[in-house]
Design a protein around this ligand. Structure first.
Ligand code: COA
Ligand code: AMP
Length: 631
């Protein structure tokens, strides 16, 4: 075991105030905090209360002032368009300041919300940092969501402005964002005052007079804006993530704790220093993109890669190796599903031979369980440590990891290793009693959570309390089940709610059920996450039709699939469903989704004692078998 990790971990729990105050010295403050932690704050503790800072200053201006303005801050590499551009810290600072000026001249200021709906282009990062510069609160919406999901987020965050790209580029098609944006604004009750549209050559859009402004024109007419100091506890952003219903949770991130913890994580978890190249192959629409494409590498003075492509098909399964070699990437962070895709396409990893990856030192995987086969394949073919680590949108940074910067420890396959400093992890039974080592239960963190974690949900303190703090008083409930072994290694086994993980994307089966229930022929439905060799899990629907419906069930299934794609978006990957006579339920009427999933995945399952009618499960097993499950 790493002595350094042990010592630092102990210190972080014994003296959290001293520990994080020391980490906070690495950040520029306009005003120092009054209290490191305000643990009486509601609904959860607040870090660095009384402090003032600006996150964009710490990510950009500060490095320019320190004389490293000519260091590369961001490299945009876009195999889908063939474009490559890089920005020094000074160039990025200037572009961000100009765009911030364009927003400020239209009335955007501290506390105003700005929705960002953009593909993986540098302007997405520029827009985020420009909001941070003004103290405005950004809310990035992933491009793979449908107009309806965008509308829900517009209504919840009530943005004064929306910044959007005219289109995104998927390997098989151009996705026109602008019609989706127009439809979302049409549907939403809240209307933004203006939209800034980045026109892309692959799919320019028509602008709505009086509402839409062209990005280039807005920037050309703008003067640079300065950084606005904000409270450490002010929100930097809202990022919506799936909850258990169709209403997503608006995860709030503060400025102070976030800056401190992300800066700390770069050397200590990811072993990446200033000037070194870090690549998070994710999307700015996800938390990984917020933390490790935009904020953490820049706060750290590192070089970040913004990659607009896929692990395969853009143009081939060697694109990751090409990118690593060409830009001198030291650490790559992605989801296991990306490696499953590469492994499937190029099982012997033959394409790697063409590239000099001598500067590459570690691969970090997160977002879903890293299956040992994939981890071993990557270890064998890349010859570098493969680090599984566990985190959530709510936390914004890792909960458990092999902290490479603190001394790497041996890997136990299937485990994201040990609790990261700051995290006091426990495993509890249903009554809230601690489980012995090696026994499965609810994974929870003793309060207070370390800095950087969501202090609340946007406009929903009560929902925050109920979702995370009520079930196990004094603890944050992660909604993951698992165990911690006698060496302190954490094993994350399954979600305890209806969230599924599709290609590293977090989705709610409950939200899909809400959409399916609106089909005029559907009386009742259930969606379960079934195992998938590429995506980890994919959703599968079970539909019970209303009495008397005699339409072709194939057509009904196609309509249902189209509805989920149209309402939630292609990212849901909802492609199949079966019509069944009834759903298996307990005597109290609860649908037995867990047992259906076990059947679909070919796991051992027991007839639940509380089942209303055992024959219903046999019928489901037959329907699943007809649909090819277990596969
Ligand atoms: N804008 C619009 N549509 C998008 C989109 C975006 N930004 N991102 C994805 N989509 C669409 C895709 O085109 C696809 O549509 P289709 O059903 O018409 O083919 C659908 O959403 C599902 O996308 P995806 O989950 O990416 O599946 P895929 O089959 O296109 O690719 C992988 C599979 C494994 C290559 C892909 O999931 C991947 O690269 N994963 C990497 C992991 C990752 O980035 N995780 C993020 C968290 S770290
Ligand atoms: P998201 O909020 O999209 O980051 O998804 C968070 C969820 O993904 C967690 O609650 C876990 O269920 C799952 N997850 C993330 N990382 C891991 C990991 N390393 N191992 C197992 N599950 C993970």
């Amino acid at each position: 075991m790493s002595e350094r990790y042990n010592e630092i971990y102990r210190r972080s729990l014994n003296d959290p105030e001293g520990f994080w105050a020391e980490a906070a010295e690495a950040i520029d403050w306009d005003r120092r905090w009054d209290r490191v932690i305000d643990d009486g704050a509601q609904p959860a503790a607040r870090w660095f209360a009384g402090g003032m800072l600006n996150t964009c200053h710490n990510a950009l201006d500060r490095h320019v002032a320190a004389g490293i303005g000519d260091r590369t801050a961001l490299i945009y590499d876009s195999p889908v368009t063939g474009a490559q551009r890089s920005f020094t810290y000074a160039e990025l600072r200037d572009r961000v300041a100009r765009f911030a000026g364009a927003l400020a001249s239209r009335g955007i200021g501290r506390g105003d919300r700005v929705v960002i709906y953009m593909p993986m282009v540098p302007e997405a990062a520029i827009a985020m940092l420009a909001c941070a510069r003004l103290g405005a609160v950004h809310s990035v919406v992933f491009g793979g969501f449908a107009a309806n999901e965008l509308a829900v987020r517009i209504d919840d965050s009530t943005p004064k402005a929306i910044v959007a790209g005219s289109c995104g580029i998927e390997p098989n098609r151009v996705v026109r964002y602008k019609p989706l944006l127009d439809a979302a604004i049409e549907t939403a009750r809240h209307k933004p005052e203006f939209c800034v549209i980045l026109q892309r050559e692959a799919g320019p859009a028509e602008l709505v007079p009086g509402r839409d402004v062209d990005w280039d024109e807005a920037v050309a007419a703008a003067s640079p804006a300065d950084c606005v100091p904000v409270a450490a506890t002010d929100p930097l952003y809202i990022l919506y993530t799936s909850g258990t219903t169709g209403q997503p949770k608006g995860i709030v991130r503060d400025n102070g704790g976030h800056a401190v913890v992300l800066k700390w994580s770069m050397p200590n978890i990811y072993d990446t220093g200033p000037g070194e190249v870090f690549w998070a192959a994710s999307d700015v629409g996800w938390v990984v993109g917020h933390s490790y494409i935009v904020y953490a590498p820049l706060l750290n003075g590192s070089t970040s890669i913004l990659f607009e492509g896929k692990p395969i098909g853009t143009p081939d399964a060697g694109v990751y190796w090409r990118t690593i070699a060409e830009h001198g990437v030291k650490a790559l962070f992605t989801a296991p599903t990306a490696f499953r895709a590469i492994k499937k396409e190029d099982p012997g990893c033959a394409l790697r031979a063409a590239y000099d990856m001598s500067g590459f030192e570690a691969l970090y995987l997160a977002g879903e369980r890293a299956d040992p086969d994939t981890v071993k394949w990557a270890e064998d073919h890349l010859g570098v440590p493969v680090i599984d680590h566990w985190w959530q949108t709510e936390t914004g940074w890792p909960i458990a990891a092999n902290c490479v910067g603190l001394g790497r420890v041996p890997v136990k396959y299937g485990s994201p290793t040990r609790a990261v400093p700051g995290w006091d992890l426990r495993v509890l039974d249903e009554a809230g009693k601690e489980r012995p080592a090696g026994e499965i239960g609810a994974l929870v963190a003793r309060l207070p959570m370390p800095p950087g974690c969501a202090p609340t949900l946007w406009n929903a303190d009560r929902r925050f309390r109920e979702a995370y703090l009520t079930e196990f008083p004094g603890h944050y409930a992660t909604a993951d089940a698992g165990y911690i072994d006698e060496d302190g290694y954490v094993f994350v086994m399954a979600r305890t709610d209806d969230i599924i993980n599709v290609a590293g994307h977090r989705l709610s089966t409950g939200a899909m059920e809400e959409v399916l229930a609106e089909h005029p022929d559907v009386a009742e439905c259930a969606v379960i996450g079934v195992a998938d060799a590429l995506k980890g899990q994919v959703p599968f629907g079970l539909l019970v039709l209303k009495d008397g419906v005699e339409r072709d069930t194939g057509i009904i299934v196609d309509e249902a699939v189209g509805m989920v794609r149209g309402r939630i978006g292609p990212v849901a990957a909802f492609k199949s469903a079966s019509v069944v006579a009834r759903l298996p339920k307990t005597r109290s009427g609860k649908i037995l989704r867990g047992t259906m999933r076990q059947i679909a995945d070919g796991e051992e399952w027991k007839m639940p004692a509380t089942i209303e009618d055992p024959a219903a499960l046999d019928e489901i097993a037959a329907s699943l078998s007809a649909a090819g499950y277990p596969n």
